[in-house]
Design a protein around this ligand. Structure first.
Ligand SMILES: NC(=O)C1=CN([C@@H]2O[C@H](COP(=O)(O)OP(=O)(O)OC[C@H]3O[C@@H](n4cnc5c(N)ncnc54)[C@H](OP(=O)(O)O)[C@@H]3O)[C@@H](O)[C@H]2O)C=CC1
Ligand SMILES: O=C1OC[C@@H](O)[C@H](O)[C@H]1O
Length: 394
């Protein structure tokens, strides 16, 4: 049987672009995925064409892959089926819109855009042009996440009434980042909420919203500790999800921050960073919320089921490595970004225009929550970042 080949264009060549593109290299069969394959056929860097050339070598792109010195050239390449947008948050609306306007399918890094109206506009264009559009929340596509959602929908832990989720990473901002860094810089839509808090919200939403036949958007109360630059360094959110046909009202507690850690000794001594609690038991997920590899199911009847979820890859002896920013992790073990890439391939193969495990409506509800949280706490981003105008040079 011939395989469906998805031809990728990579927009930007920073840390996560490299990690994502490296994960496209191993044969999907090493994770039990048989009828698709990925090829990196082009990359663009706004810095220089040389940077794009080097990037293509680093990620083992196909031999005749095209390197571009501008994003505008990449979106015109007729050989590219889908573009992965890997710029800072501030640039997502402009860059994703550039791709869509040129008729390209898009997967865009989190946070999808700087605000909900920008995402509404992207969705409108994608629908008008019948293009695929998805937020790159990789965690949603992990077998671990599918398992957690299945536990909930199977009724095993009873009606769920609460989910608490924390993604706090110890990186004292004044010691870790200079003021221009994307994690703290308002000009790059920095801050804990859009970068890390989105994962806490992902867990709250994928357990209290995605799992429901008739999901309803939550109301939100929040508080925020600001960094000296006006972006947030710590944010706490309390979400109330209205009752659905499967359960009563449910509460989501989503926290994030840069001064504390969800796992201070890196040994899980602090316990799980995510707890999904139902009337018959709970399911726990361990740090880090963006790439967890351990779960624990605890039922009222005394059942305790611990599970490890290692990321597959081509294995030892393959000479292939991945890890954030291309850093060493373990030979032959994948980062786990290939699961979302596989979903893009399956969607395009099947003619779907949205991701299976996060609809555009759900991405939009999450963006609306983040807008409300910023509004409640007076966290504004520069006008040129929040604008709906296009094109705007940032
Ligand atoms: N899914 C995940 O686990 C992760 C996701 N991310 C997300 O990926 C995105 C990028 O993050 P990351 O790769 O860490 O960021 P980097 O700073 O490492 O890379 C961003 C790239 O964007 C391009 N770029 C274009 N304009 C600018 C600008 N004005 N300032 C800085 N960079 C610019 C550059 O590429 P070029 O010069 O080639 O054009 C740059 O290398 C963010 O949305 C972030 O939230 C980040 C880390 C992990
Ligand atoms: O998406 C992410 O996950 C890992 C974090 O280290 C990073 O800051 C963030 O962008």
């Amino acid at each position: 049987m011939s395989k469906f080949t998805l031809k990728w264009g990579i927009l930007a060549t920073g840390g996560i672009a490299e990690t994502f593109a490296r994960d496209l290299y191993p044969n999907p069969e090493c994770r039990g995925v048989k009828d698709i394959e990925h090829k990196v056929v082009a990359a663009a860097s706004s810095s220089s064409v040389k940077r794009a050339q080097d990037f293509l070598k680093e990620v083992r792109a196909v031999d005749d892959a095209k390197a571009y010195g501008s994003y505008e050239e990449l979106v015109k390449d007729p050989n590219v089926d889908i573009i992965y947008v890997a710029t800072p948050h501030s640039h997502h609306y402009q860059n994703a819109r550039l791709c869509l306007e040129a008729g390209k399918n898009v997967i865009c890094e989190k946070a999808f855009t700087s605000n909900a109206p920008q995402l509404e506009k992207l969705i409108e264009i994608a629908r008008e042009k019948k293009l695929f559009l998805m937020e790159a929340v990789w965690t949603r596509y992990f077998p671990l996440s599918i398992y957690v959602r299945d536990i909930i929908t199977s009724g095993k832990i009873g009606p769920v009434s609460r989910c608490s989720a924390d993604l706090s990473m110890h990186m004292i901002p004044e010691k870790t980042f200079d003021d221009s860094h994307r994690m703290v810089n308002p000009d790059l839509a920095g801050g804990a909420l859009l970068d890390l808090g989105i994962y806490s919200l992902t867990w709250v939403f994928q357990t209290l919203y995605t799992t429901q036949k008739d999901p309803k958007a939550p109301s939100v109360l929040s508080t925020m500790r600001k960094y000296k630059l006006g972006t947030d360094e710590q944010t706490s959110m309390l979400l109330t999800f209205p009752a659905t046909s499967d359960r009563g009202e449910a509460h989501g507690i989503a926290t994030t921050g840069m001064r504390t850690s969800a796992d201070p000794d890196s040994k899980a001594t602090a316990g799980p960073s995510i707890r999904v609690q139902g009337e018959e038991g709970e399911i726990q997920v361990f740090h880090p919320a963006f790439r967890p590899t351990k779960t624990k199911l605890i039922l009222k009847d005394g059942t305790v089921e611990e599970k490890d979820w290692p990321q597959p890859g081509p294995g030892k002896g393959s000479g292939w490595k991945n890890g954030f920013g291309g850093g060493w992790q373990e030979e032959g073990v994948g980062q786990g970004m290939f699961w979302e890439a596989d979903e893009c391939a399956f969607a395009l193969k099947e003619g779907r225009k949205e991701g299976k495990y996060e609809s555009l409506q759900e991405s939009l509800e999450i963006m609306r929550v983040m807008d409300t949280v910023r509004q409640q706490n007076g966290m504004k981003l520069p006008e040129k970042i929040e604008t709906l105008d296009y094109p705007v040079k940032l």
